[in-house]
Design a protein around this ligand. Structure first.
Ligand code: ADP
Ligand code: MG
Length: 224
């Protein structure tokens, strides 16, 4: 059996107050899977995603991603791990407003030491395939929400991540833009990209995911 892309074993995360945000979660995700994590607000979805990304550490359990024990990494090593293996997309895009679209997309590549012509061609190719080539030289403030989210996806993909993580990627978009991002995630999945997609919207899960993990109160309630 090939090694899974993500393996969580007995993962618990407690914040100072209240019940654990995650309680003894175990979950395995194979390379090439597109998995949606759904559930009500506060059920632990973002906490789960942050642990997979190495943005946060569990109080107990193991988090293995692309062969790396992520929960053992220090902050700098976790940042390198993300740069090399993980593409992140958030609800509110997190683009830098004083950089052009192209420079936003190139930023993770530059942080990885890649700034040559090949990288710029890849960025242009991504913007083209995401339908936003005409905005290459624009600043994000001039773009619609859906266009900004496409830029964020291009930025997430520039370093060819093993894993794309998206937390409520359509949460701030209107219906039409949300549909565009759904289609985009679907295409990426079809091309073999491993995706974990957090959403409170079961329709988005249905549209893009081969498996849906339903969470409630820090527990996995169902996987189907
Ligand atoms: P979801 O993404 O499903 O809405 P979260 O993972 O953000 O849920 O939150 C799970 C639980 O952990 C909630 O009860 C939330 O209030 C709590 N929580 C999340 N982040 C923090 C934090 N930084 N400090 C304290 N409690 C937190
Ligand atoms: Mg959340």
């Amino acid at each position: 059996m090939t090694q899974p892309m993500i393996a969580l074993t007995g993962v618990t995360r407690r914040y100072d107050e209240g019940p654990p945000a995650l309680h003894d979660i175990s979950l395995t995700i194979a390379e090439g899977e597109s998995v949606a994590v759904v559930g009500p607000s506060g059920s632990g979805k973002s906490t789960l995603l942050n642990l997979i990304a190495g943005l946060d550490r569990p109080d107990a359990g193991e988090v293995t991603v692309a062969g790396t024990r992520v929960e053992r990494l220090g902050e700098a090593a976790a940042a390198r791990f993300r740069r090399d293996h993980v593409g992140l997309v958030f609800q509110f895009f997190n683009l830098l407003d004083d950089l052009t679209v192209l420079d936003n997309v190139l930023l993770p590549a530059q942080l990885a030491g890649a700034s040559g012509r090949g990288t710029r061609e890849r960025a242009a190719g991504l913007l083209d395939s995401l339908g936003i080539a005409k905005h290459t030289a624009a600043y994000p403030g001039r773009l619609s929400g859906g266009e900004r989210q496409r830029v964020a996806v291009a930025r997430a993909l520039i370093n060819r991540p093993s894993l794309l993580l998206a937390d409520e990627p359509t949460g701030a978009l209107d219906t039409a833009a949300g549909q565009d991002v759904r289609d985009l995630l679907n295409d990426l999945h079809a091309s073999g990209q491993t995706i974990v997609l957090v959403t409170h919207d079961p329709r988005l899960a249905q549209a893009c995911a081969t498996r849906t993990v339903s969470m409630r109160d820090g527990l996995i309630e169902a996987i189907r």
